[in-house]
Design a protein around this ligand. Structure first.
Ligand SMILES: NC(=O)c1ccc[n+]([C@@H]2O[C@H](COP(=O)([O-])OP(=O)(O)OC[C@H]3O[C@@H](n4cnc5c(N)ncnc54)[C@H](OP(=O)(O)O)[C@@H]3O)[C@@H](O)[C@H]2O)c1
Length: 281
């Protein structure tokens, strides 16, 4: 029997409904959640992340403004723009979209951002608070991964999780969130020896590798839950980091790509924007 699907679209719809009420309550007291999404250069309109940001903001009644800078912008000017946004009380959340020109240092930008407006949760202050187990704006993809896992209704406490990938944006924050759920967490990466053995031990596998169809069904323990964070392009289509067909035969639950982590991530971004407004009050 095949795995049950962890349906990201369904979960995103449910989460949106929960957010809608809170956003309306704030609107009734003249507080409108407002987000600025910064892009650089002219070739950004096709980004699916950008498209989903706009769509969800619109659906939720969140004010959304795209700020597009020339690809000749210098880092100093970029920092000045961020400073201005930091001081603008009408803006609650800021997204700094990639790609950026290679002479711009993303980490400098994101750490210049007021941590309360860092709705992607990728600045040192928010990541540090996450590490310490304190309340923070949690990186959206990691939050989406946990939300999808919880939607299975399987008890996570005490389970063995293996995360493939150790990036600051996905792998490490996912590990911290799962640890907070009292799971036993292993992070694997490109230098990990006997990767398949690690994966075979796991009750929960999170794939954030950036390699299409990397995780094979033969590596999966029967009944494991598999969350595929991957977004890879193949002939104009999006495919994940998991070989869906072989893995779904072994897993109890599996998230598809597209339609898994992606739709939930965009909602988590807007949930952070709402949280940012609340914290600013
Ligand atoms: N759904 C979403 O919302 C969302 C958001 C962000 C990213 N993504 C997708 O998630 C995936 C991961 O993104 P990322 O930003 O974390 O990527 P990344 O920064 O490139 O990190 C990839 C990780 O995978 C590890 N890795 C690479 N090859 C490996 C191998 N053969 N065996 C074991 N580990 C290996 C790397 O190890 P080293 O550290 O040793 O190099 C690294 O830690 C990508 O497909 C990306 O497009 C999705």
């Amino acid at each position: 029997m095949g795995a049950k699907i962890l349906d990201g679209k369904l979960l995103a719809g449910q989460l949106k409904q929960q957010l809608q009420g809170a956003i309306e309550d704030l609107r009734n007291i003249n507080r409108i959640v407002s987000v600025v999404s910064i892009t650089v250069g002219s070739n950004t309109s096709s980004s699916s992340y950008l498209k989903s940001q706009k769509k969800i903001a619109q659906e939720l009644g969140i004010q959304y403004q795209e700020l597009n800078f020339s690809d000749a912008i210098r880092q100093g000017d970029f920092l000045n723009q961020i400073q201005q946004i930091n001081q603008d009380h009408k803006v609650h959340g800021v997204i700094i979209n990639k790609p950026l020109p290679n002479f711009i240092d993303y980490s400098v930008l994101v750490n210049h951002l007021d941590p309360i407006k860092d709705i992607e949760g990728l600045g040192e202050r928010n990541l540090g608070r996450l590490l310490l187990g304190k309340s923070s704006l949690v990186p959206c993809t990691a939050a989406a991964t946990l939300a999808l896992l919880k939607s299975s209704d399987v008890i996570l406490k005490g389970k063995e999780a293996v995360i493939i990938g150790r990036s600051e944006i996905v792998g490490k924050p996912v590990a911290l969130l799962l640890l907070k759920q009292d799971m036993t967490v292993t992070i694997c990466h490109s230098k990990t020896e006997n990767l398949e053995e690690h994966i075979h031990r796991a009750d929960i596998v999170v794939a954030a590798v950036g390699r299409k169809r990397f995780v094979q069904g033969a590596w999966i323990k029967p009944g494991a839950i598999v969350v595929d964070v991957g977004i890879n392009e193949e002939n104009g289509k999006i495919v994940g980091d998991v070989d869906f067909d072989s893995c779904q035969e072994k897993a109890s639950f599996i998230s598809p790509v597209p339609g898994g982590v992606g739709p939930v991530t965009a909602v988590m971004l807007m949930r952070n924007a709402l949280e940012a407004l609340k914290r600013s009050l």
